[in-house]
Design a protein around this ligand. Structure first.
Ligand code: UDP
Length: 403
């Protein structure tokens, strides 16, 4: 795991000096992150990288994961989909299941830290246990158009927090508590984003029997309907009519997502008889994700909804041309026709991929701009700074925190 000074060549000495200073200011405070899965998905991805660095900066940081059975996670997945505006049949029993498991976690998770930092809706109700300490709710999902019933239910808990944090301006809501806008980030020095030797990239392709004889289009995502893997196949089939190419759909499932295996079956069914579609089930292997992104000619992210879309940032950081849906936090990362291409439909995405495959110079330019944009806005050091300022702000009322 990279040490903080290893970031200096990338982001500059002053950025790291500021982080150290903020770490000093937070001495004596204990920060506790709580989410619902240790692996899989963007939240775990970020916490796994951020927590060791916070500790190195002198911030006493813990990470706890709530427990829940299949029923609980089926309910929270429904909530997740409903918050993203998808239709879900939600019953009174679902709310009861949510509360029963929340109650068990309230009893078993010690929330005595100075700042309790709750991620996403699954552990939201833990705030019922709040004492005199500070509580933050970090929402990673797109709640620009939430199901009203689910939102009203969650609001009873949200209002008990000191502040809420959202990833993009479009997700902020009318709330009686303070709101912060902090987009996520990627770690440029992690196994997922560091530069790999060509032999490693080749070895991963060999492992999955992928030849480099035709352009590679890749979507990396958990197998989740909101990531639209079937849509990605439809896009690919339209492109392939004009340009011979291959599609990699690679991903795993998350522990808090019981729907994943069903979705994989649907995807396999749709891809039947198409030898140029590679469906790869990855077992949490960052080097493999990195290598697949690196080996690709175009990265696709055909999501129907997206909180932020770390996979887009990861691809742009590798200077890849990206075609991605204009949803959630993706337009923060892609300025259309400058740092990638935004799409609104299967046909649109297919058109854009054809364009990129036919104009390698244009594709290269978009990728270069994309890398620069990520470097300036979405690296872990910026995220650490924002979080530390946020923690300090909890003790400074409405004042601005000066370094
Ligand atoms: N990811 C991974 N292996 C997989 C699928 C996804 O490591 O099989 C990673 C991906 O590289 C990214 C994160 O999980 O870092 C997903 O974050 P994103 O914001 O794209 O979506 P989320 O899953 O949080 O909705």
């Amino acid at each position: 795991m990279a040490k903080i000074e290893e970031y200096i060549p990338l982001v500059g000495q002053s950025v790291v000096d500021d982080l150290r200073l903020l770490g000093e200011r937070l001495k004596g405070k204990v920060i506790q992150h709580i989410n619902s899965t240790p692996v899989g998905g963007g939240v775990a991805e970020i916490l796994n990288r951020m927590i060791p660095l916070l500790r190195e900066l002198g911030v006493d940081t813990k990470w706890d994961v709530i427990k829940g059975g299949e029923q609980f996670f089926s309910v929270t997945k429904k909530f997740h989909n409903a918050l993203h505006g998808r239709f879900e049949e939600i019953t009174q029993r679902d709310f009861e299941i949510f509360m029963e498991t929340s109650q068990q976690n309230i009893e078993s998770v010690d929330t005595g830290a100075d700042i309790v930092f709750i991620h996403d809706p699954q552990p939201l109700a833990l705030v019922k246990k709040r004492a005199a300490n500070k509580w933050l709710w970090r929402c990673h999902v797109d709640i620009s158009n939430p199901n009203k019933e689910v939102w009203a239910f969650l609001m009873d808990f949200i209002v008990q927090y000191d502040s809420a944090v959202f990833s993009a301006p479009a997700f902020s809501r009318e709330l009686p508590i303070r709101q912060f806008l902090i987009p996520p980030s990627i770690d440029p020095l992690s196994d997922k984003n560091k530069e790999l030797p060509q032999e490693t990239v080749d070895a991963v392709l060999r492992k999955y029997n992928i030849e480099r004889d035709k352009p590679i289009i890749t979507q990396i995502s958990r197998f989740d309907r909101l990531k639209d893997p079937i849509g990605a196949i439809e896009v690919f089939l339209r492109v392939k009519k004009y340009t011979d190419c291959q599609l990699i759909l690679a991903g795993g499932t998350a522990e808090d997502d019981p729907e994943g295996f069903k979705v994989i079956e649907e995807v396999k069914e749709r891809a039947k008889g198409e030898p140029d579609i590679h469906i790869l089930l990855l077992a949490q292997n960052d080097i493999e994700v990195n290598a697949l992104q690196e080996a690709s000619d175009v990265i696709l992210q055909k999501s129907l909804r997206e909180g932020f879309g770390l996979t887009v940032a990861e691809a742009l950081w590798k200077a890849k041309p990206v075609v991605a849906s204009n949803v959630g936090g993706i337009p923060l990362q892609i300025k259309h026709k400058y740092s990638g291409l935004l799409c609104h439909s299967i046909e649109g995405a297919a058109f854009e991929i054809k364009q990129l495959l036919n104009s390698p110079e244009y594709a290269k330019k978009l990728g270069e701009h994309g890398r620069e944009h990520i470097k300036n806005n979405f690296l872990l050091t910026r995220h650490l700074r924002d979080y530390m300022l946020l923690f300090l702000s909890l003790y400074h009322g409405e004042d601005i925190v000066y370094l």
